[in-house]
Design a protein around this ligand. Structure first.
Ligand SMILES: O=C(O)CCC(=O)C(=O)O
Ligand SMILES: [Mn+2]
Length: 211
């Protein structure tokens, strides 16, 4: 693929608003065409210096069941599952994607967490993206590339209130408003899933937590 195209192939596509209480979630299944998404997957897989982070779950240290990299503006720090990470610099391809995601979401972002699920045994447990650095009503834009995986949501106050969405290749999911305050999400294991990369664009707005 061309290394840093100005336009990666953004199309005006249908966006679905999820009908969930205490949430503002929008899903655009074909944010990128399959061809563009496949190319982005290949470039990001090759260019990213993937790391297996250690996360703290119920006070115990574990290797995260996926590989990750946190990219962002110079000097940003972020604490995630008890781990403080320093952002590594933007690449041309990530800046190009960021520009298109910002345009579509009408929001600006100063960082992105890349997750690589090597196969269906990799996963992401129940959590909310509600770290204090992200402010009161975090706006998160999540781009999915590669194998489709289920994205499960459950209401914090009532776990019976739940929803499952398939995050398809080239899709964009926007979460804002009270979504992180009221809901948790996860990517459960899936026996036969192929590799997948997910990018969650975020903004560190509260730098008093960022020393
Ligand atoms: O892989 C996904 O779709 C979700 C990733 C996620 O929830 C996170 O990184 O906080
Ligand atoms: Mn999350």
């Amino acid at each position: 693929m061309a290394s840093t195209p100005k336009q990666l192939g953004l199309m005006s596509k249908q966006t679905h608003v999820l009908n969930l209480v205490d949430a503002d979630i929008r899903y655009t299944p074909e944010f990128y065409s399959t061809a563009v998404a496949d190319n982005l997957f290949a470039v990001l897989l090759r260019e990213t210096d993937w790391q297996q982070d250690t996360v703290r779950v119920f006070g115990k240290q574990h290797l995260a069941p996926r590989l990750s990299r946190w990219v962002g503006d110079a000097g940003l720090r972020y604490t995630y599952s008890g781990l403080t990470m320093e952002a590594v610099p933007w690449t041309d391809i990530l800046l190009a994607i960021k520009g298109e995601v910002e345009q579509a979401s009408d929001t600006s972002f100063n960082s992105v967490l890349l997750n690589y699920y090597r196969d269906g045994r990799d996963s992401n447990g129940w959590h909310s993206d509600d770290e204090p650095e992200l402010g009161d009503q975090p706006e998160i834009a999540s781009l999915s590339l590669g194998a489709a995986r289920d994205f499960k949501l459950r209401h914090k106050a009532d776990h019976q209130l739940k929803y499952t969405l398939s995050l398809d290749n080239g899709s964009l999911l926007l979460m804002r408003g009270s979504t992180q305050a009221c809901w948790q999400h996860q990517i459960p294991k899936r026996a036969s899933a192929g590799p997948r990369i997910n990018l969650t664009f975020r903004s560190i707005v509260n730098r008093s937590f960022n020393k």
